[in-house]
Write a protein that binds this ligand. Structure first.
Ligand code: BGC
Length: 252
């Protein structure tokens, strides 16, 4: 973090590597986010090169926080559900630090970053107690945050509810794959939310991912008990959460 309370976050997703400097007092980006297409195949080395290019373009010289769509423990990527399998076992912290001239980097799960950002600055900022954030995209990402403290790597997209992994039942990609209408997809999401709320009893569920832009078309159709609110930070939550994680002890 810089002396002015600014930090740099990068969100590594399936289609883009996106980054910006963030004002940690407000959670706002200090400039338009910079986006570089995610290399294909998205091997660790190729992604590290994209990250170095992005940071050079931003002319940022301080520490950097990064998200990856996977379990991260001590900077090491442990899973690869929807990313190149070459990530498993990669020391992402060492890789990115090396690509950025040896500077300090922090790496955490993409949904965990989004959850931190929504909890502090966004849709859940007025809720205390347990906040559950779910991102609906290619898979389902999850973040559990209790009074500002993250329980990292919750991976609820892989929890079985009704005999099926939640992300196989209700990711946004399933809606596209099966040509589901919003009512049909909302029924699948309800099954998942009821399963999760009966286990975790959150105060609020924040719905993120691109499909949260159409929240008015499906959140009113949900049949679960816990209030569901759309994410506020939309496509900046990962960047903001990654920036928050630097130096904060929030990353696993
Ligand atoms: C991965 C998670 C990730 C989520 C969203 C899941 O398949 O296992 O680590 O947060 O997708 O990208």
């Amino acid at each position: 973090m810089s002396a002015r309370g600014h930090a740099f976050g990068i969100d590594i997703g399936g289609s883009g590597v996106k980054g910006a400097a963030v004002d940690l007092a407000t959670g706002e980006l200090l400039h338009e986010r910079i986006k570089i297409a995610t290399p294909r195949p998205s091997t660790p080395q190729a992604v590290a090169e994209a990250v170095a290019k992005l940071v050079a373009e931003a002319e940022w010289s301080g520490p950097v926080g990064l998200t990856v769509p996977a379990v991260v423990l001590g900077g090491v990527v442990r899973t690869a559900a929807n990313i190149d399998k070459g990530w498993i076992g990669t020391d992402a912290r060492a890789l990115f630090s090396g690509a950025l001239g040896g500077r300090e980097v922090t790496v955490l799960n993409d949904a965990d970053a989004a959850g931190l950002a929504e909890d502090r600055y966004g849709a859940a900022k007025d809720f205390d107690g347990l906040v559950l954030l779910l991102t609906f995209g290619t898979g389902i990402g999850s973040a559990l945050i209790h009074n500002g403290t993250l329980v990292p790597n919750s991976e609820l997209g892989h929890l079985e509810v009704g005999g099926m992994e939640t992300e196989h039942r209700a990711a946004a990609s399933i809606k596209d794959r099966d040509g589901l209408s919003y009512p049909q997809w909302a029924a699948a999401v309800s099954t998942v939310l009821i399963g999760l709320e009966n286990l975790f009893w959150p105060k609020v569920i924040v719905a993120g991912g691109g499909i949260s832009r159409d929240a008015d078309q499906w959140i009113p159709l949900l049949g679960n008990r816990t209030p569901v609110v759309p994410a506020h930070l939309r496509n900046t939550a990962g960047i903001v959460g990654a920036a928050m994680a630097i130096d904060s002890g929030l990353a696993p």
